[in-house]
Write a protein that binds this ligand. Structure first.
Ligand SMILES: *Cc1c(COP(=O)(O)O)cnc(C)c1O
Ligand SMILES: [Zn+2]
Length: 397
């Protein structure tokens, strides 16, 4: 495989076993734990000047801290998204600065592209002919796009309530789509049945491939570099499976251990009250979530009732000094509209859970007056324009 110099293989976060990337392709064969890419950080020669001298052109500019070489990547120059100053929001939250990391400007309109570029590069290097996943929508669209680029067939399992745009675009990218009645769990069951019948399908599903959180970690690298190496006081993240959250936590520790930053930012998980397993576990001081029996929120991307990586997510929240917050769908839709009106930025409902959560945290006094708060806009608002518009119709507009 075409791996980078410092990458040493995959480490199980459950039992600590190590595997090389040829043989460890998905979950741990010993304990079924998540595999995490590992590096020899002494072999990483990166300083601020070196990074600053590079064009801000793609997440692959952090190649030394990724498993595969940029030359071998299945990439569309994803990442390198803007960090947009939002002065009105800062006033409303009563903090020094609010910045929105606008992941809507990725090739398929969400940060899922960061995960799929890496997962598809791995699939390609493993010689996969077919990839498969279950998804709430955006990951399926991203997978279909990157698979097409790598001449790999994709099989995407979506719940019926996945957004119209994602379903349409899976088809447009040439993916084989199965829409399953019900919710993400039902799509997951159909995916599992299909995987059992096709032992040559290569999974690119959340925390089944070791590479999606690894791709998403680059968001944190970019944020601190865009802040000229200042670590923000808080990062608020719309949390479903927590892939991006644990990725950013890992990235912050890496940058700190490499001496590029001094501190780890406080990470906050934002959820919707209709599906808030992480918030409940955090507030109860538990190490693991209880699955939500009847999830119901308009925020499809974070309607994840059974996030398997919850111990890792909760550790990231607690160790970073952050927290967890949930707001209801009405407040979330209001936040999306307020940001679009006041700042111009288009947030999908799922992502607006982070804006709404930041508001709520501000009201609870979680932030200092001079705090710098970063809100992740994980996906473009126009992917769910119908949902946002119908919220206005509900108000007679
Ligand atoms: C998938 C998704 C999320 C949740 O991501 P996790 O990292 O799994 O928590 C948030 N926002 C959008 C737009 C998504 O597509
Ligand atoms: Zn293990």
């Amino acid at each position: 495989m075409d791996t980078t110099d410092a990458f040493v293989g995959l480490e199980c976060i459950g039992c600590g076993a190590s595997f090389d990337a040829e043989t460890g392709t998905h979950r741990c064969p010993d304990c079924d734990g998540v595999l995490d890419p590992a590096y020899d950080y002494d072999a990483v020669d990166l300083d601020r000047e070196t990074l600053e001298a590079r064009p801000f052109d793609s997440m692959w500019r952090y190649e030394e801290l990724l498993p595969f070489t940029r030359a071998s990547a299945v990439t569309m120059d994803e990442g390198a998204t803007p960090l947009v100053e939002c002065e009105k929001l800062a006033d409303e939250l009563g903090v020094g600065r609010v910045l929105i990391k606008d992941e809507g400007r990725n090739p398929t309109g969400t940060f899922k592209d960061r995960g799929q570029t890496l997962a598809m590069t791995a699939a390609n290097q493993h010689g996969a002919s077919d990839v498969a996943l279950a998804s709430a929508g955006n990951a399926g669209q991203a997978a279909a796009a990157y698979a097409g680029r790598a001449d790999i067939d994709s099989h995407v399992f979506l719940p019926s309530r996945a957004g119209f745009t994602t379903k349409a675009m899976v088809n447009v990218h040439g993916g084989d789509m199965t829409v399953v009645g019900g919710r993400i769990g039902d799509a997951g069951a159909a995916y599992a049945d299909a995987m059992a019948e096709h032992d040559d399908w290569y999974s690119v599903k959340t925390f089944v491939t070791p590479y999606r959180h690894e791709g998403k970690k680059t968001m944190l690298y970019e944020i601190v570099e865009q802040l000229e190496w200042a670590v923000p006081d808080a990062i608020v993240y719309p949390t479903g499976g927590g892939v991006g959250l644990v990725g950013m936590y890992k990235a912050a520790e890496e940058f700190r251990d490499l001496g590029l930053i001094d501190d780890v930012p406080a990470l906050y998980a934002a959820q919707a009250t209709g599906c808030q397993p992480i918030v409940e576990a955090f507030e109860d001081g538990r190490e693991r979530h209880d699955p939500v029996e009847y999830p119901d929120t308009i925020c499809g991307g974070i309607e994840i009732p059974d996030p398997g990586a919850s111990p890792w997510i909760l550790e990231a929240l607690r160790e970073s000094g952050g927290g967890a917050v949930a707001t209801d769908d009405d407040d979330i839709l209001e936040a999306a509209v307020a940001v679009a009106k006041g700042e111009g930025l288009e947030m999908a409902p799922t992502c607006a859970a982070a804006a709404s959560g930041a508001w709520e945290l501000g009201e609870r006094g979680a932030f200092d007056d001079d705090a710098t708060v970063v809100i992740l806009n994980t996906g473009a608002g126009n992917k769910d324009a119908d949902v946002l518009r119908s919220h206005l119709m509900g108000q007679g507009v």
